[in-house]
Design a protein around this ligand. Sequence first.
Ligand SMILES: NC(=O)c1ccc[n+]([C@@H]2O[C@H](COP(=O)([O-])OP(=O)(O)OC[C@H]3O[C@@H](n4cnc5c(N)ncnc54)[C@H](OP(=O)(O)O)[C@@H]3O)[C@@H](O)[C@H]2O)c1
Length: 272
Amino acid sequence: MSHPRIAFIGAGNMATSLIGGLLAQGIPASHIRASDPGAEQRAKVAGEYGIELFASNAEAIAGADVVVLATKPQVLKAVCQALAPSLADGQLIVSIAAGIGCASLANWLGPRPIVRCMPNTPALLRQGVSGLFANAAVSAAQRQQAEQLLSAVGLALWLDQEQQIDAVTAVSGSGPAYFFLLIEAMTAAGEQLGLPREVAAQLTLHTALGAARMASESDVEAAELRRRVTSPNGTTEAAIKAFQAGGFEALVQKALDAAAKRSAELAAQLGQ
Ligand SMILES: NC(=O)c1ccc[n+]([C@@H]2O[C@H](COP(=O)([O-])OP(=O)(O)OC[C@H]3O[C@@H](n4cnc5c(N)ncnc54)[C@H](OP(=O)(O)O)[C@@H]3O)[C@@H](O)[C@H]2O)c1
């Protein structure tokens, strides 16, 4: 199988996670290039991954099949406008920048195949999950290339409507922080109940890990797993009743609605 040639614009946290994942998948280092304005960052990434680094974005993309836009969203308009004249026909653009829509990218880069992705922070440990949306110009082979790229840092799931990226942002993009909040709250509650802080923290973390593994490795839904561990009149039922009396499900819906709304607002601002 011939491997695609991939160029990263911006060699920061997310790009280097993807680069590490691609190398681990067997993509040769000679097929991966990246550009970054920081001389120190270029030397560090070249040393760590054995790939070629460039100060010039235009030089980095020469001969690439896939161009990955991995800068912060705030600088992406200027990056795209400067890059547009150097793009070759048929090069696939994959953007991982939060909040920048395909229409804005096409305005800045010209009409071309674009895949917009929303990864999340655990991608840094190759335990991420991403939502991907392809515009109409993307071929089946290019969809596979984009999927292979994002699969290097976790699970990659296709969306049929670009608007769903706001929901992905609300569920998985911002999601790690919701679990961190629950971990904080359970640790504090365990401490209140008389446990040393470190013990409460370890109990909470290992429960979170174990529950996530059980839920992801099981054939039944989380609701059924919960029913199975909730005996009538038992301790778990007492806790779940307290959560539900406090409007837990409605609160989660409200929180995710707020995140999705903010995602759409940011997209409108950043995409201008
Ligand atoms: N980290 C996450 O968990 C996460 C999750 C979802 C989506 N994303 C998206 O991924 C993108 C990258 O995030 P990150 O966390 O990897 O950011 P980052 O670590 O700051 O990486 C961005 C890199 O781009 C470089 N850069 C700045 N201007 C540039 C230019 N004109 N041309 C080429 N490179 C340039 C930056 O260099 P300087 O530092 O010198 O400016 C930096 O090394 C963002 O758009 C973000 O929305 C990240």
